[in-house]
Design a binder for this molecule. Structure first.
Ligand code: AMP
Length: 463
């Protein structure tokens, strides 16, 4: 199917051509005609499916076909969980709207940066506003923007917004919107909370399910490497170097660990940058720009920060630690294999994480193939020690004399006799300070506010 069959106007088709798209993705084929016809939409679509163009293109067309009033009211509102995702959507709006005349005004607003320039930019109104919920409410509170004439509402990555504790903010925003409007909801996963939101929000929606529910994109090759905690850093470095991986996105359990790993990669001669919620917006933007331009080989990220990363053909994603929620695994590996490209998603799984791995496999409905590591330094049971050591020689077998079978690596010390471990001790000791890279991230997770059950609004940091 070609874009010309979808009913898009020439100015939009021209932009799509210029973007290099030859045919609409499956979600675009279904979403574009429905949105043009004014229908509500419920789309189970992961990032990487082309969903953004799926809603942006028809919204542009609808808005450009009717004149905006004066002063310009906000006619389309796009809510997203993170600043990065908001910025990426805005980039796509710029790209797809460039030939439309008269010009549509659009603006992106998010927290973590000075609100004043956003207030100035909102003077005179914008047709399309892309926003994170918290900052939008702040702007509404300051009388900088009104949303009572919104014609189309988009909730992008709605599951993530709920995960991040935005449900009360979203409810407040919904109360300020006009009753009659078009609603488009995109979500990669559907649990009961999302289902209840969709029931309230959507009227007779067209349901689109481009990937089976809670499944991983088909084009992503997945691998698990079973390692100990102490082997993770060395394993990652070996994988990057041996396979000459470029543009590797690595997910960490905590911001602290993201910083530490970045330092270690750098000291191993691999350019790396960390991106997480504690970094300033400028630092995040610079890290992302360096990664996109291939100056930075490895981007070490938390889940939240990585949410909006859209890099065409991102080839490698590594779960240094498995996420706490299995659905996050789907989100994470959706960073690769984007829009039909193939990608590789690797998980470094230590014994503590086996239950999480089982959860992930249950959710995606398949066993992830296990791969073998070659030449990976033996575990030193300390994630923070980057020293590359020769493999530990095999322990003496009961019936064989010591040294029989495999030879110890050259230069390696003979295996020390095993000391009996006190009862109850773990083979995976936690490092001092509760650091838990690669381990069970309970209580230390990168993920911010859990879904709220308390009445007081408490929104995510800077959003
Ligand atoms: P999204 O799922 O919206 O995050 O889009 C993922 C990527 O796919 C973005 O880099 C888009 O530029 C790209 N993309 C969107 N539509 C198409 C298309 N029809 N053909 C090829 N690439 C596309």
């Amino acid at each position: 199917m070609s874009f010309s069959l979808l009913g898009l106007q020439p100015a939009i088709q021209k932009a799509v051509e210029q973007a290099g798209y030859t045919q609409p993705t499956p979600i675009q084929q279904q979403a574009i005609p429905a949105v043009l016809a004014g229908r509500d939409l419920l789309a189970a679509a992961q990032t990487g499916t082309g969903k953004t163009a799926g809603f942006v293109l028809p919204i542009l067309q609808r808005l450009s076909q009717t004149k905006s009033k004066h002063p310009r009211p906000t006619r389309a509102l796009i809510l997203t969980p993170t600043r990065e995702l908001a910025a990426q959507i805005s980039e796509q709006i710029t790209k797809y709207s460039q030939f439309i005349e008269p010009k549509l005004k659009h603006l992106v607003v998010f927290g973590g940066v000075n609100i004043n320039p956003q207030m100035m930019a909102l003077r005179g109104g914008v047709d399309i506003l892309t926003a994170t919920p918290g900052r939008l409410l702040d702007l509404i509170g300051q009388n900088a923007v009104k949303i009572n004439e919104v014609e189309v509402l988009v909730l992008d990555e709605a599951d993530r917004m709920l995960d991040m504790g935005f449900i009360r903010d979203i409810q407040k925003i919904l109360n300020l919107l006009p009753k009659v409007r078009q609603n488009l909801l995109f979500s990669a996963t559907f649990d009961n909370e999302i289902k209840s939101l969709t029931n309230k929000l959507l009227k007779d929606p067209l349901m689109i399910n481009v990937a089976p529910e809670n499944s991983t994109a088909e084009k992503i090759e997945q691998k698990v490497y079973h390692v100990t905690k102490g082997q993770k850093t060395g394993a990652l470095i070996s994988l990057i170097e041996q396979n000459n991986w470029q543009q590797v996105l690595v997910f960490m359990a905590t911001k602290h660990e993201a910083n530490r790993l970045t330092e270690k990669l750098e000291s191993a001669g691999i350019t790396a940058a960390a991106i997480h919620g504690n970094k300033s917006q400028n630092a995040r933007t610079a890290a992302l720009a360096g990664f996109k331009s291939n100056e930075v080989r490895v981007l070490v990220a938390s889940d939240v920060a990585a949410r909006g990363i859209d890099i065409a053909q991102l080839p490698f994603v590594v779960n240094f630690a498995l996420p706490r929620s299995a659905a996050d695994y789907v989100h994470r590996i959706g960073r690769t294999g984007r829009a039909g490209m193939t990608g590789l998603a690797v998980s470094l799984v230590c014994p503590d994480e086996i239950p999480q791995l089982k959860q992930v496999e249950k959710l995606i409905g398949m066993k992830i193939p296990v791969a073998e590591l070659s030449g990976i330094p033996a575990s030193n049971h300390n994630d923070h020690d980057l020293t590359v050591r020769p493999p530990r020689p095999p322990r003496p077998q009961a019936k064989k004399p010591a040294g029989a079978g495999q030879k110890p690596a050259a230069g390696a010390k003979p295996a020390a006799p095993r000391r009996p471990r006190p009862a109850g001790s773990s083979s995976q000791p936690h490092t001092a300070g509760g650091s838990n890279a690669g381990g069970n991230s309970q209580g230390q997770g990168q993920r911010p506010a859990p879904r709220r059950s308390n009445p007081a609004p408490q929104r995510q940091g800077n959003n």
